[in-house]
Structure formats: C-alpha cells, structure tokens
Ligand binder design. Structure first.
Ligand code: ZN
Length: 96
C-alpha cells in the first residue's frame, strides 16, 4: 500500500518537473522571438559606421540580419553596406 502511494507521488513529481521544463522552453522561445523581432526592426544609426547588412536611408535603420530587402519600419527598399558606403563616398566627393 505504501509503495503505491510513493509511486503516485513520484509520478506527480516527475510530471511537475516535465511541466516546469516545458514552461522553461516556452519562455525561452518567447525570448528568442522577441530578440528576433528586435533584430528585424533594426537599430538606429546613420549607416556610416558599418557593421550591418542592409540600411534604410529613409528612417536611418541598420539591419544586422540577412534577408531584410525592404525596411521593416517604412517599407522602402534597403541598401547594402557597400552600396551605402559608395553613396557616402560619392557625397563626400561632391562636397569637395
Ligand atoms: Zn525605413
């Protein structure tokens, strides 16, 4: 009789542990999604410091994840870092 109770108790604890692990995974998933979302929104910058993959000249967002061909904020086409650098160089030349 006592054995049965122990097994039931163990069973319950095991289920609790599994549920705890599951919730941890869910929380981890949410955090990862939030981070992904933040990355998708890009960071603000003028695009002259580099270190990004694409840049939106309309709202000055730098995107560090691949595949952002249109700005996730304003919807305009983004440009790559080298395109941006070329444009900056051209503008500096024009000022001379
Ligand atoms: Zn934009």
């Amino acid at each position: 009789m006592d054995d049965k109770i122990d097994i039931a108790e163990l069973d319950r604890k095991e289920k609790e542990q599994i549920e705890k692990e599951r919730l941890k995974e869910v929380a981890k998933g949410i955090r990862a999604r939030e981070q992904e979302e933040a990355l998708r929104k890009g960071r603000s910058g003028k695009g002259h410091k580099g270190g990004y993959l694409t840049f939106c000249r309309f709202c000055h967002r730098e995107f560090t994840i691949p595949g952002i061909v249109k700005c996730t904020i304003c919807g305009h086409d983004t440009m790559t870092e080298s395109e941006r650098m070329d444009e900056l160089k051209t503008r500096i030349e024009e000022h001379k």
